[in-house]
Unconditional design. Structure first.
Lengths: 149, 127, 186
């Protein structure tokens, strides 16, 4: 979970491992004071914030345009896999906060209210990020790939 | 396909695109090594921890490693470990509190009995 | 400054030997400037014993002393002025230590200082099965009730401080210290 959130956000395995390791170290230091029922929330929250901080420090915002998106692994890749690959690339072009909102919503299935608490933003902002991001992604996918069935 | 259906389908693709990816096989070892090296197993004063604290920290480290392992079963086991460790910590606190109260009660009782004995001795000397 | 030390309330149903503190005695806490209130039932005593060190001589003695004890109750009230409790309150207490098996083994009274100290033992054949202590000073009242096998002499002779500062309750003429320290249970 932790590694995966970091990976989908950073699109860099090495960076994701570094962030994930930091999160687990922090978990170990804070275990005494953590309510067991809140560990998962805590992990998601800390991972999100650490990953965002990582990007801001390293200025690794992806600027890959759709035209520059990496080729699918094989020419015979299933259309869905191609689409999923493009979606991942497009998500990586989002600004940090909307990007993390998308990862938390669609990887972790976290509801907007909880995302708001994790990222310290109003619920309406979370929903706004979701709506705009979805709209942007769909528009770009539609332009590049036609209608999605 | 209607708009709502298209949205649902699109969100399904998003979920598939963002499906969880497992950490590399050696990631657990990396976390354990980092925990060891961080000095997290020592007290803040830099001294080796007493035995009981070591046990709690080791259990906590194991729990962290399990969570790092990433799969649902490991999470569940890890959370059970954490809950058990918390219960152990709670029980230790309760035990220490009970001990303190017992010692206080014995101290008061002992003091009073000693005072009574002295009064008895004094009364007998005066007789 | 009023200090109230609250112990754990025994939830077990009252056994035949467990004493019932008269409501008027309980209410003395409202008038007292300091209160010590410790209640330890069998499970709390077992828990406490597990945390007593076998390596510390004082704690080891206590551990041995409390083996088999079913409950310990200590209540101590300190008052700023005289006359906060009445003899009738104490008589109600003493009545509980007059039942079968109970005998008063020590009674010391000082008319000059108004101090009164009593020790009661409950026996079953040769076995001691309970002990009660009542120390009534003008500005202090201490009640101890132990259910189970207890040796008063061994308790009296307990050495050391168990890491707790010496308890100086009231101004007993036998106290050499001129300080008046209050016990805080944390």
């Amino acid at each position: 979970m932790v590694f995966s959130i970091a990976l989908h956000f950073l699109r860099d395995r090495s960076a994701a491992e570094e962030v994930a390791q930091d999160v687990f170290l922090q978990l170990h230091r804070n275990l005494d004071g953590l309510d067991p029922g809140r560990v998962i929330f805590w992990l998601r929250k800390v991972t999100s914030n650490r990953a965002i901080d990582y990007v801001r420090k390293r200025k690794l915002r992806a600027t890959i345009s759709l035209e520059d998106a990496p080729e699918p692994r094989s020419a015979g890749a299933q259309p869905d896999l191609l689409l999923q690959g493009r979606l991942r690339s497009l998500i990586a072009t989002l600004p940090e906060k909307p990007r993390m909102v998308m990862v938390l919503r669609y990887q972790e299935d976290v509801m907007p209210e909880e995302i708001a608490r994790m990222l310290g933003m109003p619920v309406r902002t979370v929903k706004s990020h979701l709506q705009r991001s979805l709209a942007m992604l769909r528009e770009k996918i539609d332009r590049s790939m036609g209608d999605i069935r | 396909m209607g708009d709502e259906e298209r949205t649902d389908e699109f969100e399904k693709q998003l979920k598939a695109a963002l499906a969880r990816e497992e950490a590399p096989a050696w990631f657990e070892a990396r976390v354990m090594n980092a925990v060891n090296q961080s000095g997290a197993l020592k007290s803040r004063q830099g001294m080796a921890l007493p035995h009981r604290r070591w046990q709690w920290v080791t259990a906590a480290a194991a729990a962290v490693i399990m969570i790092a392992a990433g799969n649902e079963w490991a999470h569940h086991v890890a959370l059970e470990h954490i809950k058990q460790a918390h219960m152990d910590a709670d029980q230790r606190a309760a035990g220490q509190a009970a001990k303190a109260k017992l010692l206080l009660a014995m101290r008061i009782t002992s003091t009073k009995l000693a005072e009574i004995q002295q009064k008895v001795d004094e009364a007998q000397r005066n007789d | 400054m009023r200090t109230v030390i609250l112990g754990m309330i025994a939830i077990l149903p009252l056994a035949a030997q467990e004493m019932k503190l008269p409501p008027r005695i309980e209410k003395l806490a409202e008038k007292a400037s300091d209160v010590v209130d410790v209640n330890l039932d069998a499970s709390m005593l077992r828990l406490a014993s597990r945390f007593l060190s076998d390596k510390d001589p004082d704690e080891a003695k206590v551990k041995k002393l409390v083996t088999g004890i079913k409950s310990i109750m200590v209540k101590s009230f300190q008052f700023d002025s005289r006359g906060e409790y009445e003899q009738a309150d104490l008589d109600e207490l003493r009545a509980q230590w007059k039942g079968p098996g109970w005998s008063r083994i020590v009674g010391v009274r000082s008319k000059k200082d108004g101090e009164n100290a009593e020790v009661f033992l409950k026996t079953d054949g040769d076995q001691v099965t309970g002990m009660a202590i009542l120390v009534a000073d003008p500005k202090e009242l201490t009640i101890v009730n132990v259910v189970g096998p207890i040796d008063p002499e061994e308790v009296r002779d307990l050495p050391g401080h168990f890491g707790i500062p010496k308890v100086e309750l009231g101004k007993s003429p036998l106290h050499n210290s001129s300080k008046s320290t209050k016990e805080d249970d944390r």
